[in-house]
Design a protein around this ligand. Sequence first.
Ligand SMILES: Cc1ncccc1N[C@@H](C)c1ccc2c(c1)OCCCO2
Length: 116
Amino acid sequence: KQESPRTARDDSKDLAMCRILLAELESHQDAGPFLTPVNPKSVPGYRKIIKKPMDFSTIRDKLTNSQYLNLETFIIDVNLVFDNCEKFNEDNSVIGRAGHTMRRFFQRRWTELLRQ
Ligand SMILES: Cc1ncccc1N[C@@H](C)c1ccc2c(c1)OCCCO2
């Protein structure tokens, strides 16, 4: 039976990876709906339905202010953007489709970068 690995993974490149991943999310052609916080005044029902709003500019501020403990807490916030999107938007809508596209893109890129 294979021993479970006792060596921790090398996390020395994780901060650089978060910066690369966030830059790629921010510059993606479908990033528009996710770049800034949803204004609850202009989106009826949003404040009530989405308990933990999150967007790429908020993630950028948190990364700049060293508020992410590790890669995992960063990935949790990015996935929160896409989970909020799925909760509020129909799959067959402009914003809903953008959320699915962005989530697939992010999933692929962080697994690619982790393997390098
Ligand atoms: C992520 C999200 N979920 C639910 C509602 C709004 C949003 N994003 C905000 C920023 C937004 C507001 C209005 C929008 C929009 C995006 O882009 C699509 C076109 C119509 O105009």
